[in-house]
Write a new protein. Structure first.
Lengths: 127, 127
DNA sequence: CAGAATCCTAGCAGATACTG
DNA sequence: CAGTATCTGCTAGGATTCTG
């Protein structure tokens, strides 16, 4: 026996989850998605309203970000045929559920912010 | 009254949290950090062991990723002065706590994976 | 084995200008 | 107001080579 030992395989807790996690992170890991999701929070917002709230985001990036979120069913886009035009964005239930998870992330960040900062300065000092 | 209304400010739930969240995402939002954290899971791993488990990561990126994680106090690096050299990496308590949050993220991803996929095809079909 | 050093490229994202 | 179109720089990250 003692076969070639193909590739050490892990505990299995993350093996299948790898693609899944990478998927979420590719969704919310970009520069603006979570910010926009946060600003949408619990109310409907208009395009330029979001733009101001998410400053300094550019029009181009807000547009692209919103389209991505809409594509994944995280936000809805409703066009009111008025003059001037008005477009409302809001979180879907799925988007809201994501916001919950993001808040958990923020909680962790809050609890560990200073610790991380300290570790960094220590690490850099050790040079 | 009715002042210039500087910039619409949000519900406050995310306002202060924005930098915090961006901070975490810049840490785990890169291509390899969470994968490495997952592989470290509950046991100590050696460099090339991690390399195989995290394939197809390159040496350069594994090295850089580990250094970043060590800098933030998420993993420890212990060098055994043997021949050939042996270096062990393991999660710190802080790293483990982050893994918990990441697992929550994975849970959300798991629950919403098919839904998102469906939304995407629907969105693309609507063209 | 565990890296460091170097080179190189795709694509993310900013700035700017234009449109219905 | 709510976007699109273009042009461009920057950098994350891959491939490869070298070392203690």
């Amino acid at each position: 026996m003692a076969e070639p030992l193909p590739i050490s395989d892990d505990d299995g807790l993350c093996e299948e989850g790898r693609d899944l996690i990478r998927g979420v992170l590719e969704r919310i890991g970009d520069k603006w998605s979570v910010i926009v999701i946060c600003q949408l929070g619990d109310t409907t917002r208009r395009f330029n309203e979001l733009r101001r709230m998410s400053a300094p985001i550019t029009q181009r990036m807000l547009s692209a970000t919103l389209r991505g979120l809409e594509r994944d069913g995280l936000v809805t886009r409703t066009v009111h045929d008025t003059k001037p035009p008005r477009v409302d964005y809001a979180l879907t239930p799925r988007g809201t559920s994501l916001l919950e998870v993001v808040r958990a992330l923020a909680g962790w960040a809050e609890r560990n912010a200073t610790g991380i900062l300290d570790s960094r300065t220590a690490f850099d000092a050790a040079g």
